[in-house]
Design a protein around this ligand. Structure first.
Ligand SMILES: C[S@@+](CC[C@H](N)C(=O)[O-])C[C@H]1O[C@@H](n2cnc3c(N)ncnc32)[C@H](O)[C@@H]1O
Length: 233
């Protein structure tokens, strides 16, 4: 915000409104992705981002094209948090096109409205020069809540993996046998896939789904992949 007198607190923040149409509206919030962006800590509600400068700043004859061009990092965070690839993003005050540019990079569809022709043209040129990130790299981390909780024993019960099957660590140096009750046995250690893996590693805990591997068709994959079969059933 402008601070014409400049003799009070320096304006250093802007407020974002995050809202849905009604209480019952569906909305996206990629909590896990934001946590990952923040070194595995829950994302805070105050964000420190550099203002838009350098090669990102649109200029003509050395003069800024738009006085309030937003930094792409800001839109990157907003769009990652609140949308998924192929979603549709609308910016009714497009300006220099930052929202649409980041939307295009992130594989989102976009609409923009801008009343000033100069800004609209600049946004159009900017968008033409923007290349989307490859589709393979656009998946967002699933939120825990949306991940089904499937006990390993259920895969044994359903016959997706049979008692007596051998599972291995990723280097095939350590092996364990699957028992009829969904426990596993490695030498003298027995217990859940997580407990046995943790004992082998001398760790307090270990995610057995990713530690243990098995043959699936012609591939050698983490047993986590077997859960997909469970979901298909
Ligand atoms: C704060 S700027 C947006 C800056 C943009 N986020 C960017 O990064 O460049 C707001 C823009 O909305 C445009 N605008 C204001 N009222 C409008 C209206 N009624 N219809 C369309 N555009 C409008 C202004 O011309 C201005 O470019």
């Amino acid at each position: 915000m402008p601070n014409f007198r400049g003799t009070r607190f320096t304006n250093a923040h802007e407020t974002l409104i995050w809202a849905s149409k009604s209480e019952k509206s569906k909305y996206t919030f990629n909590y896990q992705s934001l946590k990952c962006l923040n070194d595995d800590l829950q994302m805070r509600s105050n964000w420190e981002l550099p203002i838009c400068n350098g090669s990102e700043r649109l200029k003509k004859n050395g003069k800024k094209i738009h006085s309030t061009q937003k930094p792409e990092a800001l839109l990157h965070r907003i769009l990652l948090a609140t949308s998924n690839k192929d979603d549709l993003i609308l910016d009714p005050f497009l300006g220099s096109g930052t929202t649409a540019t980041v939307a295009k990079k992130l594989g989102r569809n976009y609409y923009g409205i801008e009343k000033e022709k100069t800004y609209f043209k600049a946004a159009e040129i900017r968008l033409k020069k923007t290349t989307p990130i490859e589709d393979d790299y656009l998946d967002t981390l699933q939120n825990n809540r949306s991940k089904p909780r499937i006990p390993f024993g259920s895969l044994v019960e359903l016959g997706i993996i049979k008692p007596g099957t051998t599972i291995f660590d990723n280097k095939k140096k350590i092996s364990a046998k699957i028992m009829a009750d969904g426990s596993i046995k490695h030498a003298k250690t027995e217990g859940s896939i997580h407990k046995v893996a943790a004992t082998i590693l001398g760790a307090e805990s270990c995610n057995g789904w990713t530690y243990w591997h098995c043959k699936l068709g012609s591939s050698f994959v983490p047993i986590d992949n077997l859960r997909q079969k469970f979901l298909v059933k």
